[in-house]
Design a protein around this ligand. Sequence first.
Ligand code: COA
Ligand code: MG
Length: 304
Amino acid sequence: MTDMQQRRSRRVQLAVPGSSEKMLSKAAQSDADHVFLDLEDAVAPKEKVAARDKIVNALNTLDWTGKVRCVRINDLGTQWAYEDVIAIMEGAHRNLDTIMLPKARSASDVQFVATLLHQIELKLGVERKIGIEVLIEEVEGMMNVEEIAFSTPRLEAMIFGVGDYSASQGIDPAILSGTSGYPGDPWHYGRWKIAIAARAAGVDAIDGPFPDFRNIELFETQCREGLQLGFSGKWAIHPAQIAPALRVYTPDQKTVDRARRMVKLYEEAYEQGLGAVSMDGEMVDAATVRMVQEILRRADAAGM
Ligand code: COA
Ligand code: MG
């Protein structure tokens, strides 16, 4: 694994339509630790240009304390993408942390955005580097996820965009409603592959949207499954999904205390020349301790 890129808390990434001043304002007041203000699919084509100003204004005037501030631009196959980056950077770089690129297909797609950011930062004299997050939601992006993961040091997160991905692969929409009779989880391979590449590159793997925002139970199940695979968080498309995602992606105090006790015990044993020790009737060794480091990283990020 390479050194970790800049790590930010993104247990829940709230999708906010950039064309809605009301939702932008609600997002700033929410408990989400990451918000992405959207210029892509949540914004109708005739609203795209006006939404840039609304987002710039929201970033510059609302209080986003405690949140990662991200803007999702349009994909590189559209007429809007380059001007999205320019408008958002020129208007609000002081109040922006990352740019999210949808439908990334290759490392060069991500490098295009990185180069554009570099030029704008030079022009504006911005010393802080703006990060990049990418959506893996095209079959080409899935094929190239390893090279995308290492495309630029600016990359901070890779998100699995399950809806577009399913369309891109031609997956039967009946699978979404659970009526297809398909015997397994059709997205397991994709999530697994993204998680491996993200870990290897030291970036966050994030799970994408779950549209049925009234079904909190199933949403929570999906959060737990993502967590188990090593994901760092999940999207929320509605405020009702924020609290459950935070609950799942924040380790509980008992687990954190046990992990800390384990590390302490192991370090004391190590000092005495032992490689393995017993705790509560279970063996603790270097690998066991390594497994709980992830819990401790999440706990530290959550200020526990
Ligand atoms: N961000 C901020 N506020 C939101 C929100 C969001 N994503 N989704 C809903 N809200 C607000 C609503 O404006 C409403 O505010 P109010 O109580 O002051 O009227 C409140 O939360 C409750 O919303 P509700 O009435 O239950 O839903 P809705 O019918 O207004 O909106 C959606 C439902 C799906 C249209 C809306 O949640 C949405 O646009 N989500 C994001 C879609 C998106 O970004 N898609 C692209 C990425 S997948
Ligand atoms: Mg998409």
